[in-house]
Design a protein around this ligand. Structure first.
Ligand code: GDP
Ligand code: IMO
Ligand code: MG
Length: 433
């Protein structure tokens, strides 16, 4: 089988919310299959098409094109109520999804006790809380690796489901009472509620791994959709202020059951500044004075899609990006939100941290990191109506070229607005068939 250059992994390069949803939607015009590998409804992706906003949490952002097939992989964790709500909103917005949405039998199911433990453990951690989305993602992945989780395949079989749920709740009650001083919960109402979800999810359950393998063998165009961002990766992120899955390009393989030879190229999505939602270090975080000169959270669209929290904002960190380029083996960068910088007098790029040769592995070092900045003059003119890269102001092009140089990877796309058409293409993505 020859190497498949028709497939692209799209991953976040910072702390999430880089604009992956927009990039996936754009590339979906040419793709046949879009597959989400990991995470759950902690993710939130906003797409704007003809003035209409669509928000997705688990459903791949390629669903808006009627010709695509979308997959939710075995590496994801599924909150059925939330997923069914998303599916319902597709229906109410007239988006046909029958025979277009497939869910892996291997995906794990999020239960109410996962959300409960998420919230209780955050409370217990007090000042050291991660600042999770509270959706039960971490506790669900914990059960998966502790081998007491329940998968879609289990949920769909009433007897197996009952057996597994009873055992899981018994274990959970020990934790609830002993660790959290919380009264025990009953398995019966959960069984009732989730049995109705099982019936509704049944039509979507499919051998996602086989379907993707077959599509790949035929050379069909596949997009592998990553959620969150590299610095939230459970192994290489800013641990413990991370999510609980592998958010890197490598996570695409383990999350979808595809071999590495099936991933042709990797596109890293990065914002032209940095944001972070939740706790943990953000070395280039703006000072209050700098923040006062930055566009406000609502006009910069820096309010979380999932939790409505305001995102923390920092300057573009090229030192960090060079590091995440390495972790992801990125072939090109899709840079978003250039337009948000349009009115600034001065724009900074972090080119390194004082006394750090490598990106720090410990939180303590990262927390103390002193960024070394390079100052760039702002272009002070709107880029939102620019439709070809060459027409960008020279200062904006110089800013982008410098980022390309510092990160040692070519830029393939620049985004100047949330809408599809606000995109400057520098490169082709899919090979000709
Ligand atoms: P994701 O989680 O990586 O998909 O990103 P989100 O959707 O959570 O956050 C990105 C936000 O910025 C969304 O509201 C997008 O509509 C918006 N957005 C994406 N690209 C651009 C851009 O180039 N300019 C502006 N102004 N907004 C953008
Ligand atoms: P998308 O796909 C930004 C963050 C949370 C918290 C940490 C752990 O939209 O880029 P969790 O609930 O996952 O246990 O929370 O991870 N987080 C995200 N931040 N974008 C996301 O997804 C995120 N998903 C989780 O804020 O800091
Ligand atoms: Mg998001």
């Amino acid at each position: 089988m020859s190497k498949n250059m028709s497939s692209i992994a799209v991953v976040g390069m910072q702390w999430g919310d880089e604009g992956k949803g927009k990039v996936i939607d754009l590339l979906s015009e040419e793709a046949q299959h879009i597959a989400r590998a990991q995470g759950g409804n902690n993710a939130g992706h906003t797409i704007v098409v003809q003035g209409k906003e669509f928000r997705f949490h688990l459903i791949p952002s390629g669903i808006l094109y009627p010709h695509t097939k979308c997959y939710i992989g075995g590496g994801t964790v599924i909150d059925p109520a939330s997923l069914l709500e998303e599916i319902g909103s597709l229906t109410s917005q007239g988006i046909e999804h029958v025979k277009r949405l497939y869910i892996s039998m291997y995906s794990h199911i999020v239960f109410p006790y996962h959300r409960l433990v998420d919230q209780l453990s955050e409370k217990l951690k007090g000042g050291a809380a991660v600042g999770t989305t509270g959706k039960g993602i971490g506790p669900c992945y914990t059960d998966k690796t502790s081998r007491c989780g329940i998968r879609l395949a289990d949920l769909l079989n009433p007897e197996i489901f009952q057996q597994r749920l009873k055992a899981a709740v018994a274990l959970k009650n020990r934790d609830l009472e002993k660790l959290y001083d919380h009264p025990p919960i009953a398995w019966e109402p959960i069984y009732e509620e989730y049995s109705t979800y099982a019936k509704k999810l049944l039509p979507y359950a499919a051998p996602v791994e086989e379907l993707l393998y077959t599509a790949s063998k035929k050379g069909e165009k596949i997009l592998f959709e990553g959620a969150q961002g590299a610095l939230l990766d459970v192994t290489f992120g800013t641990y413990p202020f991370v999510t609980s899955s592998c958010t890197l390009s490598g996570g695409v393989c383990s999350g979808l059951g595809v071999g590495p030879s099936r991933v042709g190229q990797t596109v890293g999505v990065a914002k032209l500044y940095t944001t972070r939602v939740g706790n943990g270090p953000l070395p280039t975080e703006l000072s209050s004075d700098e923040l006062a000169h930055f566009p406000d959270h609502s006009s910069s669209r820096e309010v979380g899609t999932t939790t409505g929290r305001k995102r923390r904002i920092g300057w573009f960190d090229a030192f960090l990006l060079r590091h995440t380029t390495c972790l992801n083996g990125v072939d090109s960068l899709a840079l978003t939100k250039l337009d948000i910088l349009d009115d600034l007098d001065e724009i900074k790029i972090c080119v390194g941290y004082k006394h750090c040769k490598m990106f720090p592995a410990t939180l303590e070092e990262l927390g103390k990191a002193v960024p070394v900045y390079e100052s760039h003059k702002g272009w002070k003119v709107s880029t939102r109506d620019v439709s070809v890269y060459d027409d960008l102001p020279d200062l904006a092009k110089a800013y982008i070229r410098r980022i390309e140089e510092l990160c040692e990877v070519p830029v393939s796309l620049v985004s100047v607005g949330p809408e599809r058409e606000k995109t400057l293409w520098l490169d082709r993505f899919f090979d000709e068939q």
